[in-house]
Design a protein around this ligand. Sequence first.
Ligand code: EPU
Length: 413
Amino acid sequence: MNISGAKNAAVAILPATILAGGVCVLENVPQINDVTIDLQILRHMGADVRLLDKSTIRIDTKHIKNTAIPYELARHIRASYYFLGVLLSKFNHAKVSMPGGCDLGDRPIDQHIKCFKSLGAEYSIEHGMVEITADKLIGTQIYFDKVTVGATINALLAAVKADGLTILENAAKEPHIVDLANFLNSMGADIMGAGTDVIKIRGAKTFRGTDYTIIPDQIEAGTYMVAAAATKGDVTIKNVIPKHLEPITSKLRKVGAKVIEDDDSVRVIGAQEYERTNIKTMPHPGFPTDMQPQFAALLTLARGTSILTEGIFDNRFRYVDELRRMGADISVDGKVAVIEGVERLTGAPVKAADLRAGAALIIAGLSAQGVTNIEEIQHIERGYEEMEVKLRAIGADIVKRTVAEVGAIAKVV
Ligand code: EPU
């Protein structure tokens, strides 16, 4: 099975095309709803967007003038706040509705605002809109109080044209931050150190259009790796960067699955039984929070007691009640979930509360006895390209059904 381009890289790179003020051709763009919304926002602002093929998009941002993004467009995705950084950089002004995205508990944007202010901008929040203006952006030193992917990306976007040197300390190190920095550099930016916790950005004056290929999605790959293990399958997952998958590979091996790495693929061979383990989610290169629910689905069937500690978000256990409906034995206390392995899960009607919760329910449904109906799969479609098609191609019995009033229902047998 083939992995698509990375959602969280794409949703940063698409807004960044505005800096080109010309034509960018992006390859390996995932066909997911978050990307569709970003493209709608770009069109709303005046960009000319053309799909050259399934995963290649040509975007001409020469005629962008509009620096305001309304609620109806911004509310659907978290990443709409990247337009704040990029519009500030390009036009010294941005007005964007407060961002939406998965409900994972409190998701403040104080570190984003701190960056913009440090660079010399003023901001206000009125009627649900964040407005930022600056006469001039000036390079500065920014220490993040917390490791944050979103604020690191917004700082990169906002600082690339600022006068002089900006130094970001305690920056996030995720692969999609490196990907964005590479993309910005290919347009004319001068960024060094992305992928470490100190990033240096020397302001550049001219940007140009570029052709760029987005990295593969490590969370999509990790999801299918865990699905292969949970169903005791033997699956080769292609178009991946195995180094990005190390935290997942290492945990899968720990519980008993076999993972064989090649240059740009990984093969996962499931075991008949799995051992318990403990996991704590952390910023990269720690175990990713975006894989916590999927791994929990696997551990419901492991021998013994596993402990999952969520180290990033306040509320990322919203799938637990649904897994219980399928027979899982899980208790949650704050940011810790205790999973007692059970002999089997049984199919049940369940609801996807967010993107990765939905992925976890698909994994549970595939490994359970009987039929699982998953409702509210619009969450899953925000971040996984044709998940049911890809799973069917490797032998899963899964179909997507549309039900007019309710939205959509996936039936996993
Ligand atoms: N935080 C603050 N202040 C801020 C920003 C963040 O306190 O100004 C806190 C958050 O509340 C959280 C922690 O810092 O507790 C980390 O948040 P981060 O900024 O890293 O997350 P994010 O940018 O909101 C991105 C991904 C998430 C992924 C996290 C962590 C995008 C669009 N979203 O969110 O992806 O879970 O990083 O890696 O890139 C997903 O794909 O399912 C998803 C939720």
